[in-house]
Design a protein around this ligand. Structure first.
Ligand SMILES: [Zn+2]
Length: 86
C-alpha cells in the first residue's frame, strides 16, 4: 500500500481524534468512516478508510505471520528427521 503521501501522525491519540471528528460529521457515509492504523515503514500513524485498503493490509499481515509459523514448523520437522537417521 502506497502511503508516502499520507499524513503522518506521531501519536495514535492524534490520529484517533481526527478520525472521531471526521466520523462524527453527519454528512459522512458510515461506509466511509476513517480509522487510524500503524505504519511500520514511516514509524507513525496514518488515517485510512475502514474498507478494502485497510482489510487488505491486515490480511497481508496475517499471511506473513502464517508463513513464518509454517517455516518455523518445517525447521522443527527437519530437525526431527535428522535425529531419526542416527
Ligand atoms: Zn506509511
Amino acid at each position: 500500500m502506497n502511503c508516502n503521501k499520507k499524513e503522518k501522525y506521531f501519536s495514535k491519540h492524534l490520529a484517533d481524534e481526527y478520525c472521531a471528528a471526521y466520523n462524527n460529521d453527519i454528512l459522512v457515509n458510515q461506509a466511509e468512516s476513517l480509522c487510524s492504523y500503524w505504519c511500520n515503514r514511516h514509524r507513525s500513524w496514518h488515517i485510512g478508510h475502514m474498507n478494502s485498503s485497510y482489510s487488505t493490509g491486515t490480511r497481508a499481515d496475517r499471511n506473513l505471520t502464517g508463513l513464518m509459523d509454517q517455516i518455523a514448523q518445517e525447521q522443527i520437522q527437519n530437525t526431527d528427521e535428522e535425529n531419526s537417521l542416527d
